[in-house]
Design a binder for this molecule. Structure first.
Ligand code: ATP
Length: 231
């Protein structure tokens, strides 16, 4: 579904990504793990078209999208969930949910489907964005993108800053999303969380792919990875 070949990314004279090759197959959940500054967010932003200074190619469903603006990528089915979650504080849960336009009516989750998958959002549909916990904000941010019709979810550290019980909830939701056929590429620093949701993993180091592992290999090497990642 997504294929990245020889991707370089730059911030002015500084090169943040060096020849990254990566694939995500339809229905897969794939993580990007790596230390702070390894280039994970830059890679995710480049896939969404939010980081322009790149060389190499990004292909989605066989189409070269490297030079395509983000809104056109959204129409093709890419959905971006930023790390600060981007919830509008003055709007209600339902207003936040229904604000972004549906980009693919055939794939878009209905509001009812969202509320079935995320019952906590149904309970809080009239609550203001300001009153949501970190976990509820994360759920709303994911639900909002699914409602637009995204088929590839790009998630930047969904477990960051959340209490362990909420991290479990987010994990269950990711597994539910996967079961519904949505493909996910996520940045994740939490190795245990990554191992519990994903099919495959790319370990980034200094802007390059150090290794890619299936989940069995990744799980077997968890302790080594924790040490390597400095956690
Ligand atoms: P983190 O987990 O800390 O977000 P990351 O793996 O997502 O790390 P990036 O944020 O993609 O890494 O950063 C990759 C490299 O690009 C780092 O060396 C970082 O300092 C640099 N970088 C990131 N954003 C900018 C920016 N706006 N201007 C200049 N350099 C940047």
């Amino acid at each position: 579904m997504l294929e990245i070949a020889g991707l370089d990314a730059f911030y002015g004279d500084a090169q943040a990504l060096h020849g990254v090759d990566l694939r995500v197959g339809e229905g897969e959940v794939v993580t990007l793990v790596g230390r702070n500054g390894a280039g994970k967010t830059t890679l995710l932003r480049a896939v969404m078209g939010l980081h322009h200074d790149v060389r190499g190619t990004i292909t989605f469903d066989g189409e070269d999208i490297t030079a395509m603006p983000p809104q056109h990528r959204a129409r093709r089915g890419l959905g971006w969930v930023q790390d600060d979650r981007g919830i509008y504080a003055s709007l209600s849960v339902e207003e936040n949910l229904t604000l972004p336009p549906v980009t693919d009516p055939a794939k878009a989750w209905s509001t009812e489907q969202v509320y079935q998958a995320f019952p906590v959002l149904a309970d809080r549909r009239r609550a203001a964005g300001t009153t949501l916990s970190g976990g509820e904000q994360q759920m709303l941010a994911m639900a909002r993108v699914l409602r637009t019709g995204a088929r590839l979810l790009l998630l930047d550290e969904p477990s960051e800053g959340l209490a362990p019980v909420i991290v479990q909830l987010i994990r269950d939701i990711l597994l539910k999303i996967k079961a519904q056929g949505t493909t996910v590429l996520l940045v994740e620093q939490n190795v245990k969380f990554a191992a519990s949701v994903a099919d495959r993993h790319y370990v980034l180091a200094q802007g390059a792919v150090a290794t890619d592992l299936d989940n069995a290999e990744f799980t077997a090497r968890q302790d080594e990875l924790l040490e390597y990642l400095g956690m």
